[in-house]
Design a protein around this ligand. Structure first.
Ligand SMILES: Nc1ncnc2c1ncn2[C@@H]1O[C@H](COP(=O)(O)OP(=O)(O)O)[C@@H](O)[C@H]1O
Ligand SMILES: [Mg+2]
Length: 275
């Protein structure tokens, strides 16, 4: 039996025992449910420390969303080559100038990844505060990493992409639903921001409209859904990237063009960095 299986079995047994203990307490009338009134809830919410947002440094996001609020689960989708990884790396390297962030990188070969990062930022702090995890792909490991790193103060996690996450489950939909439910719960419990990258096949793109079809409950669990659409010219060449927000629990929808993040050449010089 693997450690994972053993842990799973013991957890199940623990849950059963706890349920039986609770039943005994209920029978003895010992259990007390403290349920608050709306007045108490209002008072508690009013006294909660103000939740700041993380500014992304990307104009269309900060202008339309006012940055990312802590405790938000964000999904972004688009066809291959849409620019999902690039946009998220831009956000990560911007935010890592001032905060620790973690990138679960499963889609891009590391040599290419560091080349992209070098093109996007030359800020020394961006490199110090950006953590890159490439090894662990199981959702339970990802959950444990996020919990541990949140304790160390990391507030933003980006996962590239859901396709590469391993999870128990019978079908693709069940797996994705489990993954998104797990991540949504983590954002709420830990007050962190998690951004999950989804890939959408060309066949799923109906009239260029946003569609998380076949993604289980991902779109449902999500607080904010973003979708990148490639604008192609007659020759098929990419002429632009349009991003739209199709879901936002705060109610702010928007559409914008993604700027060319490589227009400014600011390659990071590693020569002065101790190895
Ligand atoms: N905002 C952007 N500005 C300029 N080029 C971009 C931008 N986004 C993507 N690209 C180009 O498109 C290619 C594919 O982008 P990538 O982020 O890897 O797509 P995806 O992750 O959606 O598959 C990249 O190699 C990059 O050169
Ligand atoms: Mg990608």
């Amino acid at each position: 039996m693997s450690l994972e299986e053993l842990k799973y079995r013991l957890t199940k047994e623990k849950e059963e025992i706890e349920a039986q203990l609770k039943e005994i307490d209920e029978l003895r009338g010992e259990i007390k449910y403290e349920i608050e009134t709306a007045a108490q809830l209002g008072e508690r919410v009013k006294n909660k420390p103000h939740k700041p947002k993380i500014m992304t440094g990307v104009g269309f996001l900060d202008n339309n969303l006012g940055g990312f609020e802590f405790g938000t689960f964000i999904n972004i989708a688009g066809e291959a080559g849409a620019g999902k990884t690039t946009l998220l790396l831009k956000i990560l390297t911007n935010i890592s100038e001032g905060h620790k962030v973690l990138f679960f990188s499963y889609e891009m070969y590391e040599d290419r990844l560091i080349r992209f990062i070098r093109k996007l930022t030359s800020n020394y702090l961006s490199y110090q505060n950006l953590y890159v995890e490439q090894e662990h792909r199981n959702i339970n490991d990802i959950e444990n990493i996020i919990k541990a790193k949140a304790k160390e103060g990391i507030k933003l996690f980006v996962i590239d992409s859901i396709m590469k996450i391993e999870a128990k489950g019978d079908g693709v939909n069940e797996k994705r639903s489990y993954i998104s439910a797990t991540l949504a719960k983590l954002t709420q419990h830990l007050g962190v921001v998690i951004i999950l990258i989804n890939q959408v096949s060309k066949g799923d793109l109906k009239d260029g409209r946003v569609d998380f079809k076949g993604s289980g409950d991902v779109a449902y669990d999500s607080d904010i859904n973003l979708f990148i659409n490639l604008k192609r010219g007659k020759s098929g060449a990419v002429e632009g990237r349009r991003i739209s927000c199709s879901k936002n629990r705060d109610g702010n929808f928007f559409e914008a063009m993604i700027p060319d993040f490589f227009a400014i050449q600011n390659e990071y010089d590693f020569s002065g960095v101790p190895r």
